[in-house]
Ligand binder design. Structure first.
Ligand code: TYD
Ligand code: MG
Length: 448
């Protein structure tokens, strides 16, 4: 007979103590410690045996089900893996339910399989209205309103769908007495769903709420348990961006861009073109740069405004780029380039609401400021890329080839690049590469 021993578990952070306390020693929550009866695990009667790693490794690639939405497929690493758990987090109203409804509909249509949408937050009618708005009308798209994990699993068992989406994991309730959304409930329900998914090769998508700090609500354990964690946000730009924070089956550096329209989320396959769409290249102070988002290059416009200082200290105001970096580049421009704007008010912004803090944009920011100071436009067909060092040298950046290729695709005919860049010959026909070794040399381009 196993010996019972009492301990206390915090319902907020799952910390365990041997004594009852009014305040949880780990998270500081009051009155959150609840008694838990611990039983020593008896020796298992069913035997399992270990296998050799060469038998465990799949001989072929991981099987994947393409979801049919290119931006999501790329972020997932090629599609949903059968039997996998994907957690999708995001702030309220960002479009999680919309994205998942579109995804399920796309899978059902493309693969002729059954899919199930479990809603714990809305009524079937509300979710149905959303689907109608999205133009989803597929008999293989099933919907059920429930928060009871037992009920949900029996529906899943009966229907055997290829993909199940749970909206949201915080609404689920299992056998434990505590309320929905508590640590123990989330842990228990996720564990049950995971066991079911792995055993039956069903892909599960869990929608998760986020806290004020932007993290998925509930225990961190949730993120440890699932295979993939995706975040849907709009903090990068005016568009909705999906990116993966954890992916057992692919890279975590990918991102997908969407725009919310009246008929749902529309994938933006070429964000560069969109970011440059409203560019006015006949005004000084504008320079096109190429940054890397995930594995894909993204062309963006740096804008600079240099005005005589009005009062007090000269101001440095930036949007989307680091203020300290701009101050540093202004000093380099004055000291190594011979172009002094230190006494002026300087405003620098990255158009399109992007936020990028990478040194790759240094040369672009420097040239945009120089263009504003000299009142000379950078020609519309020029893209600039390079990191700038304190001695005024232009340093090489990673993935230069893909950045040049993106510029070429978008009709740019000249690229200002670091002199030290090593590029494969003949690969960049049709685009002129202007190599610069220093800021001074780059400024010389304005004289030509
Ligand atoms: P929703 O997917 O319900 O967000 P979440 O599940 O993340 O809370 O929808 C988000 C918002 O998008 C909602 O305020 C209404 C809007 N929306 C559109 O603009 N177009 C659409 O086609 C849909 C379905 C929603
Ligand atoms: Mg929702």
């Amino acid at each position: 007979m196993a010996k019972a021993k009492e301990s206390f578990v915090c319902s907020s952070c799952a910390a365990e103590t041997l004594k009852w306390m009014g305040k949880c020693p780990q998270c500081g929550e009051w009155d959150s410690l609840k008694a838990k009866t611990k039983t020593k695990t008896p020796k298992s009667k069913t035997k399992i045996s270990a296998i050799s790693i060469s038998d465990a490794v799949l001989k072929n690639d991981i099987p994947r089900v393409s979801v049919g939405i290119g931006e999501v497929d790329r972020v997932l690493g090629g599609g949903l893996v059968p039997g996998s758990m994907t957690l999708l987090g995001g702030s309220p109203g960002i479009g999680k339910s919309t994205l998942v409804s579109q995804l399920l509909s796309s899978v059902a249509t493309n693969h002729q399989v059954d899919v199930l949408y479990v809603t714990g937050e809305e009524s079937v009618n509300q979710s149905g209205l959303r689907c109608a708005r999205l133009g989803i009308d597929n008999p293989r798209f099933h919907i059920v309103a429930s928060t009871d994990i037992g009920q949900i699993l029996s529906v899943v068992d009966e229907l055997s769908p290829a993909v199940v989406a749970i909206d949201s994991v915080q609404t689920l309730q299992g056998a434990t007495a505590s309320g929905a959304g508590t640590v123990s409930q989330i842990r228990e329900c996720t564990m049950q769903l995971m066991n079911y998914a792995k055993k039956n090769d069903v892909s599960m998508i869990l929608i998760g709420h986020v806290t004020k700090g932007g993290e998925i609500a509930g225990p961190k354990l949730l993120e440890h348990m699932v295979d993939t964690v995706l975040y849907f946000s709009d903090d990068k730009s005016n568009y909705r961006v999906i990116r993966s924070h954890k992916n057992r089956f692919g890279s975590t550096h990918e991102l997908g861009v969407f725009e919310m329209q009246a008929s749902g989320l529309h994938a933006i396959e070429n964000p560069s073109a969109l970011l440059l769409e409203q560019r006015n290249s006949s005004v000084p102070g504008s320079c096109v740069v190429a940054c890397i988002e995930g594995s894909r290059p993204l062309l963006a416009e740096v804008q600079a405004l240099v005005v005589p200082q009005t009062h007090g200290m000269p101001r440095r105001v930036t949007l989307g780029v680091d203020t300290n970096r701009v101050a540093l580049l202004l000093a380099i421009l004055a000291q190594r380039g011979g172009l002094n704007a230190l006494a002026s008010d300087v405003f620098v912004s990255l158009a399109g609401g992007l936020k990028i803090n990478a040194p790759d944009l240094d040369l672009g920011i420097t040239l945009a400021i120089a263009s504003a100071v000299l009142d000379k436009c950078i020609p519309p067909d020029v893209m600039c890329i390079g990191e700038v060092g304190l001695s005024g040298e232009v340093r090489n950046v990673a993935q230069l080839e893909s950045r040049i290729k993106e510029a070429k695709n978008l009709g740019f005919s000249r690229c200002v690049i670091p002199a030290a860049a090593k590029l494969s010959k003949n690969k960049h026909r049709g685009i002129k590469l202007i190599r610069v070794a220093s800021v001074k040399q780059a400024l010389g381009l304005f004289q030509k």
